[in-house]
Design a protein around this ligand. Structure first.
Ligand code: TTP
Ligand code: CA
Length: 362
């Protein structure tokens, strides 16, 4: 089956959250600043909305310069912890659209890759539908727009998502990869930094198609084996790297759909037992303990909700996982009226077992 990868990138993320929190900001230029701890007017722009960008304001620019470009812009201080919370909710929405819990890779606070090869059966029309569905879920649940790129690998998906922004969706089918990449300047190729770009320019290589047809041995002689090979492959749109959670060592989880949408406690808790068994066997196999438990519910309208608990200390036994997870699930049942579609159980804050048993293990 053809691989199909989606990359999702939130639009002007920090500023979009601030706009959402204060609707009076809509239409105004909004600049989120990381002020230096010396106070005063020091500090750099974290991000700005598109109104501010029209005035030439950019990330990393001194806030003072931004102010001079657009004196009537609204300047707000960064609220990183709050953005992290919003990010976590969005990541749950994205993860729930991947082929499996593991076919997901968060790459920054507002970007992730999802593999959807199985759910779209390699069909790019279905993949586009999934892309639209993700955009709609993020918009309706978190009131944030995002841009989506779909392609046969991570490199293409990543470059596709930045092709139409904000609120865009770009699908690059395998047969269109060359047409998509070829005309771009090499600096657009994901992974090429300033130094490499300059070196390539000196060599007379300006576009990706020029790089793709450049003799790979020459590239290797200039950049070394790994980088030279990578440059040549990337320019041809080839990227075999897997979508894989980078922090996979940090959590173990399982998610599954109910037989049909339901609020039947028997059905829900039976499935939970299965998920819990699975999580615990992975915990044991990896010889780790966990300090927090998260339960996720995706309702029949696709709304995603999570609850987490941090335990007093790290444990690895099934009864504690089961008790905490089920209590949270009961709360979900009490608080909601809608049917459940999918449920998930996850443990994080993993610690390697030292061999010494804690009191809890007896
Ligand atoms: P980006 O995805 O690079 O930018 P963005 O989401 O603000 O805008 P775009 O619509 O172009 O995707 O970065 C995500 C967040 O990371 C951004 O909202 C703020 C933060 N950030 C910084 O704090 N400093 C920086 O220099 C950059 C580039 C981002
Ligand atoms: Ca972004």
């Amino acid at each position: 089956m053809e691989r199909v990868i989606i990359h999702v990138d939130m639009d002007y993320f920090y500023a979009a959250i601030e706009e959402r929190e204060d609707p009076s900001l809509k239409g105004k230029a909004v600049v989120v600043c990381m002020y230096s701890n010396r106070g005063g007017s020091g500090g750099a722009v974290s991000t700005s909305n598109y109104v501010a960008r029209e005035a030439g304001i950019r990330s990393a620019m001194p806030c003072k310069l931004a102010r001079s470009k657009k004196p009537d812009a609204v300047f707000l201080p960064v609220r990183k912890e709050f953005y992290e919370e919003v990010s976590a909710k969005i990541m749950e929405i994205l993860r729930s659209n991947a082929d499996s819990e593991e076919a997901f890779e968060k790459i920054s606070i507002d970007e992730a890759f999802l593999e959807i090869s199985q759910s779209c059966s390699g069909d790019y029309d279905l993949a586009r539908d999934i892309g639209h569905k993700i955009k709609e879920e993020v918009r309706s649940q978190e009131e944030i727009t995002c841009s989506v790129g779909i392609g046969p690998n991570k490199l293409i998906a990543k470059m596709a998502s930045s092709f139409r922004k904000p609120d865009g969706i770009t699908v690059v089918r395998p047969e269109d990869v060359q047409t998509f990449l070829g005309p771009m300047t090499v600096k657009k190729l994901w992974g090429i930094g300033k130094v490499t770009e300059e070196r390539l320019t000196e060599m007379g290589i300006r576009t990706v198609s020029e790089l793709a047809s450049y003799d790979v041995m020459e590239l290797i002689s200039v950049f070394g084996k790994n980088k030279g090979m990578w440059l040549s492959q990337a320019a041809m749109g080839i990227d075999g790297t897997a979508v894989k959670e980078r922090t996979a060592t940090d959590q173990i989880g399982r998610m599954a759909s109910l037989e049909h949408d339901s609020r039947d406690e028997n059905m829900i808790f039976t499935l939970m037992d299965e998920l819990i068994d699975d999580v615990i066997s992975k915990v044991k196999a990896r010889k780790v303990s966990f300090r927090s438990v998260t339960v996720t519910v995706i309702f029949s309208n696709f709304k995603t909700s999570t609850k987490s608990r941090t335990l007093g200390h790290a444990v690895s036994d099934i009864s504690i996982l089961s008790e905490n997870a089920k209590e949270m699930m009961k709360q979900f049942l009490e608080e909601s009226t809608m049917n459940f579609r999918r449920i998930g159980v996850r443990v994080d804050n993993l610690q390697e077992n030292t061999g010494q048993k804690s009191l809890f293990d007896f």
